[in-house]
Design a protein around this ligand. Structure first.
Ligand SMILES: [Zn+2]
Length: 155
């Protein structure tokens, strides 16, 4: 089930999405229609199925048609997968930041951070390791960069 927490941030409407999106979720009902620029934070969206993708695109393409501005931040790993394989998944909305999976070399702990897409570009898609919060070891990016960032390399 999709959940949406709404707040106002510097005059912009902000919605934090969580849970899952499938055939039972009507985004227009859960999020509502924004009256101005909307920032969509997707950090806690854990799963989206194929019908969920259709529901997602129906909602955001309607916003696009209505000339409403929207941006995405902290696209979760599940959504990064979709934006890489589904054409026009973001419906013209810029993706400001994405979730990044890391895995510790020493203790195998998985962790997720967020990174701005402009930083990924400036690092030329070479992601530096981060420190493991559990054992202090080195945690490396736990995916294939060419695939994970492929949507950023499209013109
Ligand atoms: Zn560790």
């Amino acid at each position: 089930m999709l959940t949406a927490t709404k707040e106002n941030r510097d005059g912009k409407q902000f919605v934090l999405l969580g849970g899952t999106i499938d055939e039972t979720d009507d985004l227009a009902k859960v999020i509502g229609m924004p009256t101005g620029p909307l920032i969509v934070s997707c950090r806690d969206l854990t799963r989206i199925n194929s019908v969920g993708v259709k529901n997602w695109m129906k909602y955001f393409s309607q916003l696009q048609q209505n000339k409403l501005q929207f941006e995405f931040e902290e696209l979760s790993v599940a959504l990064v997968e979709q934006v890489n394989i589904v054409k026009n998944f973001a419906c013209g909305g810029p993706v400001l930041s994405i979730a990044m999976p890391f895995r510790c070399n020493s203790c195998q702990t998985g962790l997720t951070g967020a990174i701005k897409t402009e930083v990924v570009r400036s690092m030329n898609f070479n992601i530096a390791p981060v420190q493991c919060p559990k054992c202090g070891g080195s945690a490396e990016f736990d995916d294939v960069a060419e695939e994970y960032f492929s949507f950023l390399t499209r013109s």
